[in-house]
Design a protein around this ligand. Structure first.
Ligand code: PMP
Length: 444
């Protein structure tokens, strides 16, 4: 898709690019490369599954940006909700028991969505804060229950839990941990076998373990569903050993897998759910930790009963109003049904790619999918240079913004398009990837 870029747009792009290079330290970006090349795309607007950049390029946002723009781009109702809330009440504190209407309504709405007796939400500004909140909460919980040694947190290899100190320490993708020196203490990483989990609990002693945390389907680690029966068994093991089960639903939560929450796929009710991204479809920075009634009762009854943890923006009025509107849109437009229907189309498309090109394995559920490339599917030998990154580059030329995952020894192309995607748009997406793989194959 060769684009005719008009001169004015090009000049604007170059001006912005210079300033970007000079003043903006980008998240998860190679700094030197950025200083040389500058920003690739400077986005200006979005609609549905599409993003537009300042030079007039229109691209399919195949990962809903960062697995978060679930209802799709350009929903101005959220802008109206934000404006109305800011005009009325831009901010008020939720500390010391004070409240406001949007956060109360949002907390109630979240409780309608969550399973079991998970009824009470602590709000944050994102996923990392939600996970750090959960780690502090479980340790506090065991301390007030007279078991202060129950502090260790078990997470899984290839898990991603964010970049705050606790969240980074729990993350099973090594480069994220190696970025800094001292991590938070007491984090353990286990592979995805039940045998390993049991051995770890045996070795460490259940009396020293506070919680197990996992994404229902690992996202940033490469869209990895668990082994068959895994979480059902983990739930039992946690119960037998007094270990709290934290579900990191930051990607899977609020419909991504075709269920309200990813753990619903396995019929497992966790003790704590951490959420972010999909709660507001990225239109406002908000996340949360939902606790069960039984945890709440313990927190209430012991110690001085104060929850000594709170962010200035815990329950920000505008973010709450935007999130509430977002969840209403998902409900009113029956979007989770579309995730199921279009999810089937996406998985069919990935199967087609798997069969046609004979160089990858596909996986996924709902509107969450991936194809992982191998030079030899049997021996799992990799290509010398990651194929997924090359496919993403070719797809960009064809109008699709893709996501390749190459850390942790992977070579994976991930998909998580907005919930509003149509059958035709899924087909376009697959066809672009198909052509891009074909082109890369010729060059191998
Ligand atoms: N947990 C999971 C499963 C995530 O995917 C992410 C973000 N990709 C986080 C936590 C961290 O969330 P945030 O970037 O909002 O802090």
């Amino acid at each position: 898709m060769a684009m005719q870029v008009n001169n004015e747009a090009q000049v604007k792009f170059e001006k912005l690019a210079e300033l970007d290079k000079k003043h903006f330290l980008h998240p998860s970006t190679p700094i030197k490369q950025h200083m040389e090349k500058g920003p690739g795309l400077i986005f200006t607007e979005g609609e549905g599954i599409y993003l537009k950049d300042v030079r007039g390029r229109k691209l399919i946002d195949s990962l809903s940006s960062l697995w978060n723009v679930n209802i799709g781009h350009g929903r101005s109702e959220l802008g109206v909700a934000a404006m109305e809330q800011i005009s009325k009440l831009g901010f008020s504190s939720t500390f010391a028991g004070n409240s406001h209407e949007p956060v109360i309504k949002l907390a109630q709405k979240v409780a309608e969505w969550t399973p079991g007796d998970l009824n009470t939400t602590f709000f944050t500004s994102g996923g990392s804060e939600s996970n750090d909140t959960a780690f502090k909460t479980v340790r506090h919980y065991w301390k007030i229950k007279g078991q202060p040694n129950k502090t260790k947190i078990i997470s899984r290899s290839l898990s991603y839990h964010g970049v705050a100190m606790g969240a980074t320490s729990a993350t099973g993708i090594e480069p994220f941990r190696e970025f800094t020196t001292s991590l938070a203490q007491g984090f353990l990483y286990v592979d995805s076998s039940i045998k390993s989990l049991k051995a770890m609990i045996e070795n460490e002693g259940a009396e020293n373990i506070a919680a197990f945390i996992s994404e229902p389907i690992q996202g940033s680690g490469g869209v990895n569903p668990p082994p068959e029966g895994y979480f059902e068994e983990v739930r039992k093991i946690c119960d037998e050993n007094d270990i709290l089960f934290i579900a990191d639903e930051v990607i899977c939560g609020f419909g991504r897998t075709g269920e309200n929450f990813g753990m619903n796929l396995f019929g497992v009710v966790p003790d704590i759910i951490c959420m972010a991204k999909g709660i507001s479809s990225g239109y406002a920075p908000i996340g949360g930790m939902v606790i069960s009634d039984s945890i709440k009762n313990e927190l209430m009854e012991h110690y001085d009963g104060n929850f000594w943890h709170g962010y200035t923006y815990s329950g920000h009025p505008m973010c709450a109003a935007v999130a509430l509107k977002n969840l209403e849109i998902i409900e009113n437009e029956n979007m989770i049904q579309n995730v199921r229907d279009m999810g089937e189309e996406l998985q069919k498309g990935l199967k087609y790619l798997e069969e046609t090109h004979d160089m990858g394995n596909r996986r996924g559920v709902g509107l969450l999918g991936a194809i992982e490339f191998f030079k030899d599917l049997e021996t799992k030998e990799r290509y010398a240079e990651p194929v997924s990154a090359k496919v993403v580059a070719k797809a960009l030329d064809r109008g699709l913004l893709g996501r390749s995952i190459v850390y942790g020894g992977q070579d994976t192309l991930a998909f998580a398009p907005p919930f509003c995607i149509t059958k035709e748009e899924v087909e376009t997406m697959i066809s672009i990837i198909d052509d891009s793989i074909m082109e890369v194959k010729k060059e191998l």
